[in-house]
Design a protein around this ligand. Structure first.
Ligand code: NAP
Length: 316
């Protein structure tokens, strides 16, 4: 038990952003510890195939996570598998409370705890994850070339990703629970211009079914008539929103209306010494390479911050 341990940098989250930050902190020789409550690698550890990480032409998410972990550990990063339950902002040191009761104090903090995609919570969704069910068109769209896919949702993400998928798939059903989209008009216009996209209005997906190995169809229900129908499809892409992991964000840290942390170009928040990187941070796009880049930026800036605090303390 490390009660009241004091670190230069504490990293919360062991996905690509956190592990990249850890690697850079170790190289900058600042005393660092990383906390991860679940799977090291975060969301990527459950991705079947990653084909767009520059320099690596094809790798499973699990293997990429292992490589990131191995690389960071190779530079001596200390990783503790424990849940962070709260963070208190301090004047000189911030406090990090763990679920096991331990309390760590730190000069700088890098919040890299990501978030999670919203799930439909229907039969077949978890069973076929990675074998037809996906939450990322950029990651998995390529596997559905010339196939039929269902996109669920009516927001900007669903509209953008349906257009992206229509360039690959032979048919895209956009299944939405209402009769009008929430997506911006410019995105709706793009959708309408794609002959391969067919909207299915006032409809909810009830089950995702297949042969045990691959998805073959979804069962859909018209929310007005109650009529149930089967829709043949090999892929189901679900875009019904994304929730940032707010638990690790102290109330003093500024977030946007959706709960994503607002930072400057150094990934620093409005609270001095608190940085955010990866999917938890408000930004243009969420990709593994972007998260890793964020982690590097946050670590460089956090190390600089730590050094500036040490220098300040030595001035009489
Ligand atoms: P969102 O705006 O929250 O939209 C979620 C969509 O999923 C809504 O159409 C919602 O239906 C539907 N939905 C929610 N729960 C559902 C359920 N259980 N079953 C079926 N449908 C369900 O999420 P988002 O599209 O991911 O966008 C998130 C934010 O990022 C937004 O602020 C968006 O503007 C922004 N974004 C912007 C861009 C861009 O500007 N290029 C691109 C992507 C995202 P209802 O409409 O009926 O509620």
């Amino acid at each position: 038990m490390e009660n009241n341990a004091v670190y230069d940098v504490v990293i919360v989250g062991g996905g690509p952003a956190g592990l990249a930050a850890g690697l850079y902190c170790q190289r900058a020789a600042v005393r660092t510890v990383l906390f991860e409550k679940g799977l090291i690698g975060g969301q990527i550890a459950i991705s079947k195939e990653v084909e767009n990480y520059p320099g690596i032409e094809g790798i499973t998410g699990f293997d990429l996570a292992e490589k990131l972990l191995h690389h960071a550990k190779g530079f001596g990063l200390q990783i503790v598998q424990e849940e962070v339950v709260s963070i208190q902002v301090g004047r000189d040191l911030h406090s990090v409370q763990l679920a096991n009761g331990d309390l760590y104090r730190t000069t700088a903090l890098i919040l890299a705890a990501g978030g999670s995609v919203r799930k439909l919570g229907i039969p077949g969704e978890a069973e076929y994850l990675g074998s037809g069910v996906s939450y990322c068109a950029t990651c998995d769209g390529f596997f559905f070339r010339d196939k039929t896919v269902v996109v669920v949702g009516g927001g900007d993400t669903a509209a953008e990703e349906a257009v992206y998928l229509s360039k690959l798939a032979k048919k895209v059903y956009l299944v939405h629970r209402r009769d009008s989209l929430r997506a911006k008009m410019v995105l709706q216009n793009r959708l309408r211009a794609e002959p391969r996209i067919e909207p299915v209005w006032n409809t909810v997906v009830r089950t995702i079914e297949g042969n045990g190995r691959e998805v073959e169809r979804v069962m859909i229900e018209n929310s007005i008539s109650g009529e149930m129908k089967s829709l043949a499809a090999e892929g189901v892409f679900i875009f019904i929103g994304y929730d940032p992991n707010r638990v690790v964000v102290p109330p003093e840290v500024r977030t946007n209306e959706l709960g994503f942390v607002v930072t400057d170009e150094k990934c620093e928040t409005n609270v001095p010494g608190i940085f955010a990187s990866g999917d938890l941070r408000q930004k243009f796009a969420n990709q593994i390479v972007i998260a890793a880049g964020d982690g590097a930026v946050a670590a460089l800036a956090a190390s600089r911050y730590v050094e500036s605090r040490k220098t300040r303390k030595t001035i009489p």
